[in-house]
Design a protein around this ligand. Structure first.
Ligand code: BDP
Length: 725
């Protein structure tokens, strides 16, 4: 039997446990900052274990309290999810308390253990995936209506223990606010990942179904620990291959692992598969043969994967086929697939990421224009998945105007965890504030307080099929995400998909405690770094509402890029720099995209004098010499942000260094080195923008800032070298 790498690390950890337990300074427990002279010995933490480190509980009194419940794990005769829960608990208790605890199903009348209990509707009004942890009859009881809820409760208890929170009065209860909480992998069958920066795909299609990589189980554990209950295994730019029997069997082998952790498996589909794979003459969704083909296909999938989750579809978007190829509408395509899912539990997730190659159009408006007229036309089994912003995962975007404007359709939200526009794996950008900012945005559709979160969780329009999706940042890098701090983005996505009311700071503190250190001072420095990281990035990358979704790798600065097969695949289309000013006029005098929002929202962004600076250039073409609320002109403000942003990376480095004594040396060095790269690249971005925009403003860099050492031609050359094949 192959041993999970998690389990293999267990024995190393036990050795680490002994070393740490013997540490007489008790630094972690007392909260004193470890001294520079005594760096933590590396326990070989290479980031693989993520937030499931299960470091020994070092606070002696907390530990002894937990030990009172470590006599046994009581698990009623159960299915495989509860088995996973009990195994996880056994593993966690072993590491956290240093005690090997037996799992038993004969525990009636016994006390001193942790007991799983399935509740009935008569016992509790909690939703089916919710859990409760209570002390009762000398036991600690983890209860839920479902095995899945017990698994979530188990992870919540382990989190509680890892954070060394007391047992006293323990009463933890929680249930998810959103029903489908899933990762979208943009992984291709050849092992590459579209917009992936952490190595190759986790899924080894060529070895499946015979060999099932033990890493799949660790992936599932990590997701289940956050409450993620779905995974789309393949890229939205889908290969028809996944609809073949050969691949369905491979997918089934992965699904068998996911199922043990309450995770359903989904697939992205290639809309033209009936033609390309099935040999039909057409893929027209209204053609009876095409409809029959999909029905059979879905039945074939359910034969292999009885709990299959459903399809994710990118159609008539960026050259992907779709119903419009046959003169049909999106709803025709989605409803045809929904019909095929009628006998089953599965759903159809139809993406609203569309924009046409119209040289006079504003891409901002495209999804709203195409989808709002379809409101009410989708089958109830369809959820329309909308990106958080109207364009494309920019470092800062206003919320998509689709939220609130399709009340007769359940709308799911799609965030991007992978850092396509956020500096790949060399820039530290903590994304929870991006997610939070969007979820907290008020659409005003039903008056004040109609937040995006309330649309997504179904509470505003009364939907039960609700969805939150994140484009995964995982790959086969040993530490899963490339940049060690990017693990926090996966973590934050998962925690927010369970409960969007958690704050970015709460989540950051939790992740740091579980993953990096529990030293309060070190944690303070890292929290500060993480919470400011997004604004710092925005400052040197896209300040004041600039955006940069031009075609290409989405990494190197290319604000001068003005050639593309369509206008909205150039940089100049978005920033609109000219001799007068900068920014995209989306008011009535421009594209009037603002009209897609409610009047209250329009009011916030309509008047350039009142538009909050982070959104200014999203909606206005602003004169270079216009005085902003900061007292500086637009040009001065831009320069201030480019420069302070790039300089703030030095501040990030300082925060990280201050935490060094409490960090594992391997992780410390990895992040410290990436921050050095970030510093260099931040200057690259700053110089590219400043030098390029100067060709329009003809103004010098304001006093107090040192002009770039390189010329525009030199920066362009370095970008060309970067982009060279
Ligand atoms: C863009 C990506 C592209 C994706 C597309 C999508 O650049 O690789 O295929 O979004 O979401 O952000 O479909």
């Amino acid at each position: 039997m192959t041993k999970s790498p998690f389990l293999m690390l267990f024995s190393c950890l036990l050795i680490g446990f002994k070393l740490l337990a013997a540490d007489p300074s008790g630094a972690e427990a007392s909260g004193a900052e470890a001294s520079d002279a005594e760096p933590l010995a590396s326990d070989g933490n290479d980031g693989y274990r993520l937030w499931l480190n299960y470091e020994p509980v070092r606070n002696a009194s907390v530990k002894s309290e937990y030990l009172k419940y470590a006599a046994f794990i009581g698990r009623p005769a159960s299915g495989e999810i509860m088995q996973s829960a009990s195994q996880e608990l056994q593993l966690g208790l072993g590491k956290l308390l240093g005690k090997s605890v037996n799992i038993t199903n004969s525990f009636a009348g016994k006390s001193g253990g942790i007991v799983f209990k399935i509740e009935t509707s008569a016992d509790t009004a909690q939703p089916v995936e919710g859990y409760r942890i209570q002390l009762s009859g000398g036991n600690m009881i983890i209860s839920s209506k479902s095995e899945q809820g017990i698994l979530y409760g188990t992870f919540a208890l382990l989190r509680h223990m890892q954070m060394q929170l007391p047992v006293k009065g323990l009463n933890l209860a929680s249930s998810p606010r959103v029903r489908y909480r899933m990762l979208n992998h943009w992984d291709n069958p050849d092992g590459t990942i579209e917009r992936g920066y952490a190595g190759q795909s986790l899924w080894k299609w060529y070895e499946l179904p015979e060999r099932v990589d033990p890493r799949y189980a660790d992936y599932a554990r990590a997701n289940a620990s956050l409450g993620i209950n779905g995974t789309v295994l393949n890229n939205v730019n889908a290969s028809a291959r996944f609809m073949s029997q050969e691949y369905i069997v491979k997918v089934a082998a992965v699904a068998n692992v996911m199922r043990k952790y309450g995770i359903k498996t989904y697939l992205s589909v290639y809309f033209a598969a009936p033609k390309t794979l099935g040999g039909l003459k057409t893929s027209d969704p209204l053609d009876p043969q095409v409809r029959a083909w999909w029905k059979e296909k879905v039945a074939q999938i359910y034969k292999e994967i009885p709990d299959f989750g459903g399809f994710l579809v990118k159609a008539n978007s960026e050259g992907e086929p779709g119903p419009q190829d046959y003169g049909r509408i999106h709803a025709d395509g989605a409803n045809m697939l929904a019909e095929a899912f009628k006998p089953y539990d599965g759903i159809v997730i139809w993406r609203a990421f569309v924009y046409k190659a119209d040289p006079n159009a504003d891409r901002f408006k495209a999804a709203h224009e195409e989808f709002v007229p379809l409101d009410g036309k989708f089958d109830p089994k369809v959820i329309v998945q909308v990106k958080n912003g109207p364009i494309d995962f920019q470092p800062r975007e206003p919320f998509s105007p689709l939220f609130g404007n399709m009340p007769k359709t359940p709308l799911g939200i799609e965030f991007q965890i992978t850092q396509e526009y956020l500096g790949f794996a060399t820039h530290a950008v903590y994304e929870a504030p991006i997610f939070e900012e969007c979820l907290d945005s008020d659409t005003y559709v039903n008056g004040a307080g109609s937040t995006v979160a309330k649309i997504v969780d179904g509470s505003l329009h009364g939907y039960e099929r609700t969805l939150i999706a994140g484009v995964a940042n995982t790959g086969n890098s040993r530490n899963w995400t490339g940049h060690p701090l990017a693990q926090a983005n996966w973590y934050a996505f998962g925690r927010l998909s369970w409960d969007h009311q958690l704050t970015s700071e709460q989540i950051a503190r939790e992740w740091i405690a579980l993953t990096l250190t529990q030293n309060p001072k070190a944690s303070g420095h890292i929290t500060a770094l993480m919470l400011r990281s997004r604004e710092i990035y925005v400052d040197y990358n896209t300040p004041l509402g600039l955006s940069r979704p031009w075609m290409g790798v989405h990494f190197a600065p290319e604000p001068w890029q003005n050639k593309g097969s369509r206008p909205d695949w150039t940089a100049v289309y978005y920033h609109r720099a000219d001799s007068i000013g900068l920014g995209f006029d989306r008011t009535a005098s421009g594209s009037n995209a603002l009209a897609q929002y409610r009047p209250e929202v329009q009011k916030q962004w309509n008047n350039p004098d009142q538009t909050p600076l982070p959104y200014l250039l999203w909606f206005h073409h602003v004169r270079w010499d216009k005085k902003l609320s900061t007292g500086r002109t637009l040009w001065e403000e831009l320069c201030t942000r480019f420069y302070t942003g790039a300089d703030s990376v030095v501040w990030m480095q300082q925060q990280w260094d201050l935490a060094k004594p409490s960090l594992d040396p391997q992780i410390y060095t990895d992040v410290a080195e990436r921050l050095k790269v970030q510093r260099r690249e931040a200057i690259w971005w700053r110089d590219a923008w400043v030098l390029y925009l100067q060709t329009f403003t003809k103004q010098p860099v304001p006093a107090g800032f040192e002009p770039p050492k390189q010329t525009l031609e030199e920066v362009k050359k370095s970008v060309n070298v970067y982009l060279m094949r």
